[in-house]
Design a protein around this ligand. Structure first.
Ligand code: GUN
Ligand code: ZN
Length: 431
């Protein structure tokens, strides 16, 4: 009992989705509190009420800072950390010129461990407490990230990227080795502490039909696991997929034909979908992940958030580091807003924050564990300074409701807005 911690500040959390119920889906308390016990949230309520009811708790007063759930980044490539913001290419050339050469360096486990630590430092400094990452083809790339997350007590999802064609010699596995290595990594990591393994074929162009089938068979043996891949990101890519899989009805069908479509499937980008693909994704209850800074950086296109939500799709939000140009989910929310504007739909700040927390948690099927400040959830919490720079402060200090106070930080904020982070109830030392 003596180990209870009471965080005081403004609190903001969701009871339901603002896409369904508007901003009222959120619960905001100006003088709120979050009571943490044994790494979990015991209660979120009025701060003074909690203080009176739990006089033994150690109190941390964060003043006017906004306490909310840690950000969840639903699609990243941690091995691309050191080549983020590489200039001048579109998807296929970008992969060949920048991505594959960097991913080859992960044959060295020491390099993988170095980047894994660097990546988790950068993301937590940006308020991200959980990511779902691709590795490289090297199993040791998954060991490095899983090991680093385990040491930090983080909830994290990751998988070995599988590719057996259209990639350099040193960056190809085979159908059999992809199956065997993925299976061994499932046994080693899945369900250890807060870690989940994700079956990870990179995308249809870099897998033979045999490899997709082998991974479909592995998924059928482990149907509770997530399977992540890329879908319909760029028009040239879709044309290439059509030529590689002439009998497939469309891009999504290249996955479905090989047992890689299901309710636990997580499909990155999903920008240029055919009506049949949209219907099929909604029918099976698969998740889509919107990666807005990546889509503008690589020049891929404008995700149809309003259309996807109206169609009942499950949608998460992600940086797609290092196709995405930022490690920050604040910057990512801003880019989602801008893409929404270009499509004629102004996403409300409640919708943006929901996507970066609950939406991603639901897409990754970890929403029973994280994503809100509800009792029982793991205490992955951040404190946001809503006046973190002079430019934001002069805009935010004009009064108004919580959404008016928060929106300038969403649009203009960065790691300077992240005042404190707790992972599993433990304060993280930020650099
Ligand atoms: N499609 C296949 N691989 C990748 C990748 O690493 N990044 C992005 N943005 N798209 C991809
Ligand atoms: Zn990606």
């Amino acid at each position: 009992m003596s180990h209870d911690t009471l965080l005081l500040g403004q609190t903001l959390s969701f009871d339901s989705s603002p896409f369904e119920n508007g901003p009222e889906a959120a619960r905001h308390l100006t003088h709120g509190g979050v009571l943490i016990r044994d790494g979990r949230i015991l209660e979120t309520d009025d701060g003074a009420t909690l203080r009176a009811a739990h006089p033994q708790a150690r109190v941390e007063d964060h003043g006017n800072a906004l306490l909310c759930a840690g950000f969840i980044d639903a699609h990243v490539h941690y091995p691309q950390t050191a080549m983020i913001a590489s200039w001048g290419k579109r998807l296929i050339d970008w992969l060949n010129s920048y991505t594959f050469p960097e991913e080859m360096r992960f044959a060295d486990p020491d390099y993988a461990a170095d980047i894994a630590g660097r990546y988790l430092d950068l993301t937590v400094a940006n308020g991200t407490t959980t990511v779902c990452s691709y590795g490289t083809i090297h199993p040791a790339s998954v060991d490095a990230l899983m090991g680093a997350a385990q040491a930090r007590g983080q909830r994290l999802l990751a998988g070995k990227t599988c590719m057996d064609r259209n990639a350099p010699d040193d960056l190809r596995d085979t159908a059999q080795s992809a199956y065997d290595d993925s299976k061994a990594l499932i046994e080693k990591w899945h369900g250890q502490d807060r870690l989940y393994y994700v079956i990870t074929p990179r995308f249809s162009p870099t897998s033979t039909p045999e490899q997709l089938s082998a991974l479909g068979a592995l998924w059928a043996e482990h149907p509770d696991l997530l399977m992540q891949t890329h879908l319909s990101e760029q028009v040239d890519e879709i044309d290439w997929v059509r030529s590689l899989y002439p009998t497939a009805r469309d891009y999504l069908d290249t996955y479905e034909m090989h047992g890689l479509l299901g309710a636990n499937g997580v499909y990155g980008h999903a920008i240029h979908l055919e009506p049949r693909e949209q219907d099929r994704l909604a029918e099976v209850g698969a998740a889509l992940v919107h990666c807005p800074t990546s889509n503008t950086f690589i020049g891929s296109g404008l995700f149809d958030m309003a259309g996807m939500m109206a169609a009942g799709q499950r949608v998460g939000l992600a940086t797609d580091t290092g196709g995405g140009s930022s490690f920050s989910m604040l910057r990512t929310m801003a880019a989602a807003y801008e893409i929404g504007q270009l499509r004629g739909c102004a996403l409300h700040p409640s919708e943006l924050l929901w996507l970066a927390t609950v939406g991603s948690a639901q897409a990754l099927r970890i929403d029973q564990h994280v994503g809100t400040l509800a009792p029982g959830k793991e205490a992955d919490i951040i404190a946001l300074d809503l006046s973190s720079t002079p430019a934001i402060a002069q805009r935010a200090n004009r009064g108004g409701d919580i959404w008016e106070a928060l929106f300038p930080t969403i649009m203009m904020g960065d790691d300077r807005a992240i005042k404190a982070v707790w992972i599993g109830g433990r304060a993280v030392a930020l650099a």
